[in-house]
Design a protein around this ligand. Sequence first.
Ligand code: NAD
Ligand code: UDP
Length: 316
Amino acid sequence: MKKRILITGGAGFIGSHLTERLLKEGHEVLCLDNFFTGSKDNILHLLDHKYLEIIRHDVIEPILLEVDEIYNLACPASPVHYQYNPVKTVKTNVMGMINMLGLAKRTKAKIFQASTSEVYGDPEQHPQQESYWGHVNPIGIRSCYDEGKRIAETLCMDYHRQHGLRVKIVRIFNTYGPRMAINDGRVVSNFIVQALQNKPITVYGEGQQTRSFCYVDDLVEGFIRLMDNTPDDYPGPVNIGNPGEFTILELAEKVIALTGSSSKIERLPLPPDDPTQRRPDITIAKEKLGWEPTIMLEAGLKKTIAYFDAQLKKQG
Ligand code: NAD
Ligand code: UDP
């Protein structure tokens, strides 16, 4: 059945892939974005699509639309960008979530929230299961994002319990792929761009901290399965991520090898509150969604390297 679907943050990295996928499935997509970290370039190839509508809007302001489903992705995801204006990050997470839940309530739409592994903070449980409450600093430089996303989950669950809203919460673990912004500041895009330019690879701290990297197509598949294939009274949360775990130093070495770069590793100070380890337990995703990642790190990196290579050549 054709649905009218609102994607907030639809011009961002993940949002643009989701927009493309939902249009391909025959839905009408309303792509809402304030273009803070997103870009029209990400959706340029879709602009002629009859069923795509672009809305320049900030989610901290209410909006009246008629929709069947909402995917709420609006929020800068890179530490560099969410720390640029931390008060705005809190407003986006809290007021944006309230506005989207209000819209879902009025239109009886099903609503999806893009939450994050950051709700686990610097985790003392490894790998992280959804039942873990987390280890989060409420007053640090990452708190605007971490606590913002935590209260957004609280709001989803309260609207679910209090108003019977159909909500779906995904906790996204580090995701990468084409259309990350070149200046995004996250580790995969930084390392690839640095390697392609034969510039120093900036490893923060000793590089022994770990992350688990999921390719964007796998992630989007998980989103759709949770939204379409689970009962209305199942809100999650569900971890979606690739359980393959790598140190940041291993990632740097892989990127250097795959690009054939002459870059050397440069060590920079570790930012405060940087989580030391992160890996999703995906038992629930496997059981409830029949989902697991299919694109492993090396294959995903190759596709991402090809994308950034083309972008850098375009820039000249
Ligand atoms: P992104 O920065 O590329 O996309 C975010 C989009 O939201 C951008 O297009 C931006 O312009 C838009 N936006 C920001 N504030 C807005 C506002 N106030 N009103 C309207 N639009 C606004 O990041 P992404 O990686 O695509 O992340 C998408 C979502 O997934 C975010 O909510 C992020 O927190 C979540 N997430 C991503 C990752 C990851 O590894 N990529 C991990 C965990 C969670
Ligand atoms: N990192 C790094 N060099 C960079 C960017 C990031 O060593 O140029 C490290 C960062 O300190 C963190 C990890 O890579 O330990 C992942 O950082 P990112 O900003 O991608 O996401 P996070 O998972 O920290 O939100």
